[in-house]
Design a protein around this ligand. Structure first.
Ligand code: SF4
Length: 684
């Protein structure tokens, strides 16, 4: 029966890591309006354009509404029983023939915490493999790695509100105004009204860079060098926090030795940042009452992304900038649930709650609870899975909610690898490019059609409530995973996402006190959460997350950017636009947004445009060693010299950025070095 009643339902935005919550007013499937309220813990009465107007995709005619099974070169509609039986038979058969390690599982930050938990449980309990990963591999794994090495948790040090209390905010390789708009508003307000100082380091002079007290433009991939030089200079000046270091930090002498070469002269030569500016940064940190460093993919998507993340944390440690409001490390999570996907164990080396797979006691706890045997070695990450497909070792893949075919680097290579799989399952809301390589495609329900929790960039766990029924025969991802597992003998008895959270809480000390009753309505919890429900808005007030309670300065080396043949003479930077989410296959369905940005473009500096005879709107061909695209030029002084900027929101064979990006990765985490892309450009 058609719903005629108007109702409002609380949900959590699905478009970025700020985790805005608000009420959605609906009549049936019609979305009448999105209304934030002062009760929302992360955003109050604020949202951005995506949160307000980005929801048309939910009612798109392109939604998947029935399971699809490949028959030759086309898909045919199937019943749920047919599709689920086929998946169970095929995956079970591959496990029997080749072992569980012949299968890979890829999860996503687009789905809930509970669904991430079940994806890794499916891999580990039923297939006894740690070949499970999520899309943070493409963005924020290096930040998590750098923080795990230095302070012991991979999350933001405090709350978004705490950032507003900092004396100085340093933004490195991030564009919060477009990537994290509501968080950016907090910083801009504190800068304007409370005298907060602001430093921005970025290749591109974006809106927040224009506002900064100091904007620096380091050479591509050189942030580590200037950060280490500032730390060295501050220690030489006696501007480090000796008491904090003696009481709360280990490894100081080894760290000092490790940064010997990062003199101001060396850093100026390597980064292009004038010595005077490096001294100015050091002085601003010294004078500030609390320093927060915010960083994004301009740092992490480099060959040295994880070492640079550790270098940021080192600088905060030697200056005593942890453990109080308005101080600490804030890696900005891109998707809404990047944090939660990692927290709930869709990582090849980590069980839920950051319990390492090599920790015998932790692993045995899960083995006992799940009546299985889990390997003690880390499994394959997303990047290694593709290599294993090429080597003939990975036969099948199960992917949930990730547009891997356009999001992973070197897309032509990804397409080739996916086409070689013996069996491939995709569950998504659209027949994505990735799904077109699948053998079975399952119609999933987006966030407005299901219940669950998301965790935002500040480690805040929030509930979302079902706004409307799933379209057609679409089902929540947790329901689909349960049905697949049970066909393989799992006996999962979850009746709702709250049951799944209850299990995760029992097995993960950092979620011990998380339950749905404590998350009712606008209530939220920031992990770690003690059994009595006490949560932790601010980390490291008493101890860092290591057995001795001390932080560990990491003696890390700057990893030089990859070299490319000289024929590729232009640096291609890439990132977000305010109006779009990720590859764009959701926000492109919103008429207003599509009208405003019908196609992506490449930003060209005025000097380069002059030299190449390029005018506004000129069609150009960009070519890298990995592929070529065609886009129109926009001439702007946001970019300088031979640097270009291409938004990443295209899924077109003509203009997708990842047809150009290459094979280099971060040394520790294998996150693709998307930001180290060189191209040549021709006017068409
Ligand atoms: Fe908030 Fe981010 Fe959603 Fe905008 S996109 S409404 S800032 S969560």
């Amino acid at each position: 029966m058609r719903e005629t009643r108007t109702k409002k339902t609380k949900t959590v935005c699905t478009f970025c890591g700020v985790g805005c919550s608000f009420e959605v007013w609906t009549k049936g499937r019609e979305i009448l309006k999105v209304q934030p309220t002062s009760d929302a813990p992360a955003n109050g009465i604020s949202t951005c354009i995506k949160g307000k107007f980005g929801w048309d995709f939910v009612n798109s005619e392109e939604r998947l509404t029935k399971p699809l099974i490949r028959r030759g070169d086309h898909f045919e509609e199937a019943t749920w029983d047919e599709a689920l039986d086929l998946i169970a038979n095929k995956l079970g058969g591959i496990k029997d023939q080749f072992g569980g390690n012949a299968i890979g599982f890829i999860s996503s930050s687009k789905v809930t915490n509970e669904e991430n938990y079940l994806m890794q449980k499916l891999a580990r309990q039923i297939f006894a493999t740690n070949n499970v990963d999520n899309c943070s591999r493409y963005c924020q794994s290096p930040a998590t790695d750098g923080l795990l090495r230095t302070v012991g948790y991979g999350g933001d040090a405090g709350t978004i509100q705490d950032i507003a209390g900092a004396g100085l905010v340093i933004v490195v390789g991030a564009n919060p105004t477009e990537g994290h708009p509501v968080l950016a508003t907090r910083v801009k307000r504190a800068h304007k009204l409370k005298g907060q100082k602001l430093i921005v380091s970025d290749l591109r002079k974006h809106e927040m860079a224009e506002r900064a007290d100091l904007y620096i433009h380091p050479k591509q991939g050189s942030d580590h060098a200037w950060i280490a030089a500032v730390a060295k200079y501050m220690i030489e000046q006696g501007w480090h926090d000796q008491t904090f270091i003696e009481e709360r930090v280990s490894g100081f002498d080894v760290f000092v030795k490790s940064i010997e070469k990062y003199t101001l002269d060396y850093a100026e030569k390597q980064t292009g940042i004038a010595k005077e500016h490096l001294i100015q940064i050091a002085a601003m940190i010294h004078e500030a009452d609390g320093v927060c460093v915010l960083w994004g993919m301009g740092v992490t998507q480099n060959t040295g992304g994880s070492n640079t993340s550790a270098a940021i944390s080192n600088l905060l440690l030697v200056t005593g900038n942890y453990g109080r409001p308005g101080a600490g490390a804030y890696p900005l999570r891109g998707h809404n649930n990047v944090q939660g996907a990692c927290d709930f164990g869709t990582l090849p080396a980590w069980l839920p709650g950051y319990q390492h797979i090599a920790d015998d006691a932790a692993r045995k706890k899960f083995e006992l609870a799940w009546e299985t045997s889990i390997p003690a070695n880390p499994g394959l990450d997303n990047i290694q899975m593709l290599q294993a497909i090429e080597a003939g070792e990975l036969k099948a893949m199960y992917l949930m909610g990730e547009e891997m075919a356009w999001v992973d680097s070197n897309a032509n290579h990804v397409h080739d690898a996916l086409s070689r799989l013996d069996f491939f399952v995709v569950q998504d809301i659209f027949l994505t490019k990735t799904a077109q390589f699948a053998d079975v495609v399952l119609p999933a329900a987006p966030s407005l059609e299901k219940e669950g929790t998301f965790t935002n960039t500040e480690r805040r766990i929030q509930r979302l409530y079902q706004v409307m029924e799933p379209m057609g025969e679409a089902k929540p991802d947790w329901w689909i995973l349960r049905e697949v597992a049970n066909r393989l003998g799992a006996g999962w008895n979850y009746q709702c996402p709250g049951d799944i959270m209850d299990e995760a809480a029992v097995l993960s000390p950092i979620f011990a006190g998380v339950d749905y009753a404590r998350l009712e309505g606008w209530d939220s919890l920031l992990w770690p959460v003690a059994k009595d429900g006490t949560d932790t808005p601010l980390l490291y007030t008493e101890r860092f997350n290591f057995p001795d309670g001390k932080a560990r300065l990491a003696p890390v080396e700057w990893i030089l950017p990859v070299q490319m043949p000289e024929a590729y003479d232009l640096l291609l930077n890439n990132g977000r636009l305010l109006e779009h989410f990720h590859e764009g296959n959701m926000t492109n369905k919103s008429k207003g947004i599509q009208h405003k940005f019908p196609e992506v473009f490449v930003e060209v500096s005025p000097e380069l445009a002059d030299a190449r005879g390029i005018a506004e709107g000129t069609l150009v061909r960009l070519e890298s060693p990995y592929g070529a695209i065609r886009v129109r030029a926009v001439i702007t002084d946001r970019v300088q010299g031979n640097e270009l900027y291409l938004p990443m929101h295209s899924v077109s064979d003509q203009s997708a950025v990842n047809l150009l990006t290459g094979t280099a990765t971060d040394q520790n985490t294998h996150t693709p070095a998307y930001k180290q892309t060189k191209v040549r450009m021709q006017v068409i």
